[in-house]
Design a protein around this ligand. Structure first.
Ligand SMILES: NC(=O)c1ccc[n+]([C@@H]2O[C@H](COP(=O)([O-])OP(=O)(O)OC[C@H]3O[C@@H](n4cnc5c(N)ncnc54)[C@H](OP(=O)(O)O)[C@@H]3O)[C@@H](O)[C@H]2O)c1
Length: 315
């Protein structure tokens, strides 16, 4: 198949493109950055340069590629996020999830694309009520932290637009928190937590009861390949087997990167230091179940637990 990957140079894209090529697909990779053409050629993709927010440019490159499948992996999250201003930090990402999604869908529809596969998030959409681990049909968060309102609205726009697309199959992948090469929890990029945590360790806020579902970026890419190649059009959580509270994973992450064990601080100190959203993430968010993606897409994890992934990948 011919697969058009928007976000082909990202942490996930760099894993995804070679996997698609190894499975015999013809890959066109989109970047907004002229200088990254060679990187895409090196991965085995045919590079195209376009800004996802420029509808005409997207229409042109998708029109020329005439893909069977479009994969949406766009994001523009800054390397270091000021947690007190997440709305500001996510402004461009929100536009990529709204306008960027609409541009890809519209360009794809005009050349008869058969399948769309789009990223979403496994932690942010779910209501912070009820049990600790959510399936895809769990209620969504109707009362997000103020700083996350626009971000959540953008994710909802993406999911609704993709699922509602006419004339093509649509798959939404709600990825867990990434770790591994090129992500913010990785040994390589400057500013990653491996570099930052030992100098400025995160404390555990409150009782650290927020549940996090992680996914190694290579496993996320493998699930994306499975979604490109088949399976029912649906929404899937793409997470590992071990959702875990902050109180459990943060000491393990700190040890893996050579930081001191995290201190504990009360909620009000967390709110003052890092804002409401950081406290919600540390104390209230829920994890996600991977039962459906394993059953329907036949996906298997190379890193079933973040324990193994942190130990092998971050040392
Ligand atoms: N990190 C997580 O924990 C997490 C969790 C859930 C979901 N996700 C989602 O998973 C997807 C993949 O994430 P990632 O970590 O691979 O992202 P990433 O490394 O930040 O890569 C982002 C990609 O988006 C492209 N891009 C950004 N702005 C663009 C624009 N205006 N026009 C065209 N391309 C643009 C970049 O291309 P160039 O820089 O080459 O131009 C790059 O290829 C994202 O959609 C992200 O939101 C991530």
């Amino acid at each position: 198949m011919k697969v058009f990957v928007a976000g082909a140079t990202g942490a996930l894209g760099r894993q995804l493109v070679p996997m698609l090529i190894a499975n015999g697909h013809d890959v066109v990779g989109m970047t907004r950055t002229e200088a990254k053409r060679d990187q895409l050629l090196g991965l085995g993709a045919r590079p195209v340069v376009a800004d996802a927010l420029d509808a005409d440019a997207v229409k042109r490159v998708v029109g020329e590629a005439e893909p069977d499948v479009i994969v949406h992996e766009l994001t523009a999250i800054p390397p270091a996020i000021d947690m007190r201003h997440v709305d500001r930090e996510f402004a461009l990402t929100n536009r990529l999830r709204t306008e960027g999604t609409d541009n890809l869908l519209s360009a794809g529809q005009s050349v008869g694309v058969k399948r769309f596969v789009a990223q979403s998030h496994a932690a942010l959409p779910y209501a912070r009520i009820g049990g600790p681990v959510k399936r895809e049909d769990a209620p969504l968060d109707e009362h997000p932290a103020a700083a996350m309102r626009e971000g959540l609205a953008a994710i909802r726009h993406l999911e609704a637009a993709v699922v509602g697309v006419r004339g093509a199959d649509a798959v939404v992948l709600r990825y867990g928190w990434f770790y591994g090469p090129g992500t913010s929890i990785a040994p390589d990029p400057p500013g990653s937590q491996v570099e930052v945590l030992p100098k400025r360790p995160f404390p555990i806020v409150g009782r650290g009861t927020g549940i996090w579902s992680f996914i190694h970026v290579a496993d996320a890419a493998a699930a994306t390949v499975a979604a490109v190649e088949g399976g029912p059009a649906d929404i899937y959580n793409v997470v590992d087997d071990e959702p875990a509270p902050v109180s459990e994973f943060l000491p393990v992450l700190a040890a893996a990167v050579g930081a001191k064990p995290p201190r504990r601080v009360p909620r009000w100190v967390g709110t003052l230091a890092a804002g409401e959203w950081a406290v919600v993430a540390m104390t209230e968010i829920r994890g996600a179940s991977n039962e459906k993606v394993k059953r329907e897409l036949g996906w298997q994890l190379r890193y079933p637990s973040w324990r193994q992934g942190f130990a092998e990948g971050l040392a």
